[in-house]
Design a protein around this ligand. Structure first.
Ligand code: BES
Ligand code: ZN
Ligand code: ZN
Length: 498
């Protein structure tokens, strides 16, 4: 889909549909005029109570037979309500999602959106969020549905933003599109079934984007992991026939700027291993790679945005967790890259094992100024926060605050949980340096505390996205299934990094 801008009168544009956004008028007041043919319809719809301009409301009609329609070229008109509450980024994304739903329903190829300039909201940000909502809301994953010849696919090919300030429209539209496209890349990866998205697929995707954007790339295969003594990733991999990979990508500005390292759990299927999960719902464990997908997809956006304020290193440790011959067993002890030994209590607490190697290796190799990891790490975070917010743990208040702000402005809210000695103590083992389970209570925090053992003094934040990576609070622009969460938060954080 391409995004264009125009200053031309909306009616003169030969669009399949023209979209108007209107504020809900106060009681006994009428809508602010937008365009003759629309104003006429709005008058009646308001009178009959069919459409009041509330956020979430839409009204559609065909201008063809209207008395003011002469010279109005578009086939359809859609009016979308903005409500009367404070305007914010999320409102425009939700509005974009509602537009997307309608565009999908009527199957149009080109649409024009009239971006109002009389709202107290920057045009650039408005078009950014609107486009983000539209692109995210139009998302479909039909790859494995056999197509019916009789129903040809129609996709939106052109989205035109209409307004006076075309510069702001195109700048905002571009940002929104880059962020939403990246989140859709993460959704695509997550939607792939476990037999079609293996660690090797992560590796080949990294090859594609490293070529496309000139990233430095390294993929550690089993021999490298053995040489580097990454006992965590190797241990988890022992029960599966799929070879493990650790994927490393580097975006360099060539300037003296800080380095941000982002790490994502790329567990391409989590059966639990010998500590086998219950079979009901186990199919969802193909999504256990959503942290890795978010990190890889963020690099797609980084390649397009080429930020000049930050070098970025991305790491995805990837493997299946299966109970095959040779699988790790409860009671086994593994030795991580940094030399620490861990007693395995549950082979289902595997995410922390593969992340421990990735974090300690990445920190030693790249000496980053800050590290953020994303992982579908614990079921406990769903008990605590439901599917509405992701858990955040950090050893640095500034990094945590900046992440909370970035999450807020992306519509991916985070909730900070504590870390501390008491929690770390829950991980003491009688036979090794640590055990991989914190026992009763605070399961999300003890998982975070485990990771903390592998980051030393480096500024670090951990996002537990187990509740939001899929089944995230459904919204007009977040469908059922994988949400692509984390991608837009990371992009926002990178854009505003100081
Ligand atoms: N991938 C799971 C966490 C998870 C559970 C994500 C449910 C999304 C939905 C993780 O590897 C895991 O199995 N964690 C265990 C940890 C436990 C053994 C301490 C869990 O949360 O049950
Ligand atoms: Zn698990
Ligand atoms: Zn897992």
């Amino acid at each position: 889909m391409e995004i264009k801008t125009t200053k031309k009168n909306p009616g003169s544009y030969d669009a399949d549909i023209v979209v108007y956004l209107v504020r809900q008028p106060d009681e006994k007041q009428s809508f602010k005029p937008v365009e003759n043919i629309v104003d006429e319809v709005l008058k009646s719809s308001y009178l009959y109570g069919d459409f009041k301009g509330k956020a979430d409301e839409i009204l559609s009609f065909y201008p063809v037979n209207q008395k003011d329609a002469e010279g109005y070229k578009a086939k359809r008109v859609l009016v979308v309500g903005l409500g009367k509450d404070d305007l914010g980024r999320e409102l425009f994304r939700l509005c974009g999602g509602n537009i997307a739903k309608y565009l999908t329903k009527v199957k149009v190829e080109n649409a024009l959106v009239v971006v109002p300039n009389d709202l107290e909201f920057s045009t650039k940000e408005l078009s950014e969020c609107l486009v983000e909502g539209i692109v995210l809301g139009m998302y479909k994953f039909n790859k494995y549905k056999t197509k019916e010849e009789s129903e040809p696919e129609v996709a939106l090919e052109k989205l035109v933003l209409q307004g006076d300030n075309t510069n702001a429209l195109s700048k905002g539209g571009r940002l929104g599109k880059i962020a939403a496209d990246a989140a859709c890349v993460a959704r695509d990866m997550a939607n792939e079934p476990g037999n079609h998205w293996t660690p090797s697929h992560f590796a080949s995707y990294s090859l594609t984007i490293s070529k496309k954007y000139g990233f430095k790339r390294k993929v550690l295969g089993i021999k490298d992991l053995e040489r580097l003594k990454m006992g965590g990733l190797l241990g988890v991999n022992k029960g599966t026939s799929e070879p493990p990979k650790m994927i490393l990508l580097e975006y360099r500005t060539g300037k003296k700027v800080p380095t941000l390292m982002i790490v994502g759990k790329g567990l391409t299927f989590d059966s639990g291993g010998i500590s086998l999960k219950p079979s009901a719902g186990m199919e969802d464990m193909k999504y256990d790679m959503c942290g890795g997908a978010a990190v890889m997809a963020t690099m797609e956006a980084v390649g397009q945005l080429s930020p000049n304020n930050l070098d970025i290193v991305a790491i995805v440790p990837a493997t299946d967790n299966m109970p095959g011959p040779g699988a790790l067993k409860p009671g086994d002890i593994v030795r991580h890259y940094n030399g620490k030994t861990v007693e395995i209590i549950s082979t289902d607490a595997e995410g922390r094992l593969i992340l421990a190697d990735a974090l300690s290796y990445g920190i030693k190799r790249y000496k980053p100024d800050a590290v953020i990891d994303l992982a579908t790490l614990t079921g406990a975070v769903i008990i605590g926060l439901g599917h509405h917010k992701a858990g955040l743990m950090s050893n640095n208040d500034k990094l945590a605050d900046n992440l909370i702000k970035a999450g807020e402005s992306s519509g991916e809210p985070l909730w900070r949980l504590p870390l501390g000695k008491e929690y770390s103590k829950q991980l003491e083992s009688k036979v090794a340096d640590l055990k991989n389970l914190g026992g009763k209570g605070g399961g999300t925090i003890t998982a975070g505390a485990f990771l903390q053992e592998f980051v030393g003094d480096t500024n670090w934040a951990h996002l537990d996205i187990a509740g939001t990576a899929w089944n995230f609070t459904e919204k007009s622009y977040i469908p059922k299934g994988p949400s692509g969460t984390g991608v837009r938060t990371l992009i926002e954080l990178i854009k505003n990094w100081k």
